[in-house]
Design a protein around this ligand. Structure first.
Ligand code: SF4
Length: 281
């Protein structure tokens, strides 16, 4: 039987009801994409790089279930589960590349030295945060050390290595997770980290970590609260308006329009894309 990894369907979450980490990141990536995801949501087809990341994420989660219970990891079953997770994606990843990522993760010295006894994978944290409102997130992994301190880890795949300060400045992802976890448990999260599989010519796993500081938490709080206020302002401005308009989420795309489901070329209703392309031409 194939091991499976079940994930909540996150595509139907409405940020006006509760703010997810994904929405906050989307709002930072392109204001209009965030706005359209509220007013004109469209199905999204994950590109290969996203499917690869989902497969590796699922495979790592399955491997951790073996490590947590002191069992010999069954890489074959973890790989099957990883591929099962993305079998319906339009461009599923090359199975051998997923297998390489999982095999090298198991052999990685960071993994060899980690105590997974109290590991929690994909916890669903949903609560009311003061000054923000209802929030919702799923960190990949929470570890607990011998001193009882928690460590939050996000498993990534990327074409290039992350900069050394990536975890320390990850306010709206790792910082947001730490903020939520501390609100949920009342305890302290000691560190946050990215474990990234770098898909370079010679792929490798990279760890970038940072202590959870008051600065990380307070910037996370302020930035997520800013997104919450923007949603609120947008709701007020468009209340009762037949044709809502975006006058709040105004930041242009940070990483281009590449895979965006709102681009007119794929039937989306974004009016910014062509203007931006004209300016760039
Ligand atoms: S097409 Fe480009 S500008 Fe328009 S919503 Fe998408 S990312 Fe933003």
């Amino acid at each position: 039987m194939t091991a499976t990894v079940v994930r909540d369907d996150l595509t139907r979450r409405d940020p006006r009801e509760r703010i997810s980490k994904s929405f906050v990141r989307k709002a930072e990536g392109c204001g209009n994409a965030a706005w359209l995801s509220i007013h004109d949501p469209r199905p999204w087809s994950p590109p290969e790089k996203v499917s690869f990341g989902s497969a590796v994420d699922a495979g790592v989660e399955l491997l951790i279930t073996y490590l947590r219970s002191d069992q010999q990891p069954d890489i074959r079953r973890a790989h099957q589960g990883a591929m099962e997770r993305v079998k319906d994606d339009p461009t599923p990843p090359e199975p051998s590349e997923v297998l390489s990522a999982l095999t090298s993760w198991l052999a990685w010295d960071v993994v060899q030295e980690t105590d997974f006894s109290y590991a929690v994978t994909q916890p669903h944290i949903r609560l009311e945060l003061s000054g923000i409102g209802e929030v919702d997130a799923h960190p990949d992994l929470i570890l607990k050390d011998a001193g009882g301190y928690e460590h939050i880890i996000d498993v990534k795949t990327a074409k290039a290595a992350k900069p050394a300060n990536a975890a320390a400045t990850s306010y709206t992802e790792l910082g947001f997770y730490a903020l939520l976890r501390e609100a949920e448990t009342g305890g302290e999260v000691a560190t946050v980290a990215y474990w990234t599989y770098v898909r370079s010519k010679k792929p490798y796993w990279q760890r970038v970590s940072a202590p959870v500081t008051a600065h990380l938490l307070s910037v996370a709080q302020v930035r997520v609260a800013a997104v919450a206020r923007a949603i609120e302002a947008d709701g007020l401005l468009n209340d009762g308006i037949a044709q809502p308009a975006n006058s709040v989420f105004i930041n242009p795309p940070r990483y281009g329009c590449g895979d965006c489901e709102h681009h007119p070329a794929v039937g989306g209703s974004c009016t910014w894309a062509e203007e931006l392309e004209e300016v760039a031409a």
